[in-house]
Design a protein around this ligand. Structure first.
Ligand SMILES: [Zn+2]
Ligand SMILES: [Zn+2]
Length: 224
């Protein structure tokens, strides 16, 4: 909850209001709706950037990898799936995530894995044991690819399990995504969730969100 406080302003898209012109927070240049983001690693703060600033600050970090504090890291734009990976029901239950969706990020400042799920109240942090991580999502090949602070592993429980319908194959599995994608999902849930189970409107938006991610993703290369 508090972990992600700095990201709160990315989560809400006020309805019925004119979209405000976003600017690069490094140089104040206006940026288009699709623009790079940087994460201030020590403060776990995400900031909007223009292309040149995203390039520049990433280069500073790259040239001074040991510099630490003050380091900004660019949020990458790759989306990767692992077609061979699925969480079992037992592994899901061990995560104790109530909504059937969760994302995991590696926090380099604290050197630990943080598990979050979207809820009507925003991104909510879940207690995650190391055992549950290692036996589940952390044991997959995508976990080895995960860049700290700026990427997340996003999982969704099979629809078949969630709703008793047979649409397995579309849901389930694991995606490696830029961290800002997770906050788009959190924003969607905040905006559309109604009542206890979210309602049809919310799940339609969530389905569309995951479909778009899957369209953008490339599969992990098969193991040699
Ligand atoms: Zn800039
Ligand atoms: Zn932005």
């Amino acid at each position: 909850m508090t972990t992600l406080a700095g990201l709160r302003r990315f989560l809400v898209e006020p309805q019925g209001r004119e979209p405000v012109q976003e600017v690069c927070e490094m140089c104040a240049t206006p940026v288009p709706p699709q623009h790079p983001h940087l994460v201030q690693v020590a403060e776990r703060r995400m900031v909007c950037a223009c292309g040149p600033c995203a390039f520049l600050f990433n280069k500073i970090l790259f040239d001074n990898p040991g510099a630490g504090g003050g380091g900004y890291r660019r949020v990458p734009d790759r989306y990767v799936t692992d077609p061979d990976f699925r969480l079992t029901d037992a592994q899901w239950d061990a995560l104790q995530i109530p909504v059937g969706m969760a994302f995991f990020l590696r926090n380099s400042a604290q050197d630990r894995i943080i598990a979050c799920y979207p809820s009507p109240a925003g991104a909510t942090e879940s207690e995650l044991t190391l055992e549950a991580w290692e036996a589940g999502v952390g044991g997959g090949r995508l976990a080895a690819e995960l860049e700290p602070d700026v990427e997340a592993l996003l999982v969704r429980r099979d629809k078949a399990t969630r709703r008793g319908t047979d649409e397995a194959g579309r849901a389930g599995g694991c995606l490696l995504v830029p961290i800002d994608a997770c906050y788009r999902l959190v924003g969607l849930v905040r905006l559309h969730w109604r009542g206890f189970d979210g309602g049809a409107d919310a799940w339609r938006e969530i389905d569309r969100f995951f479909d778009d991610l899957r369209d953008a993703a490339r599969p992990l290369r098969p193991e040699a």
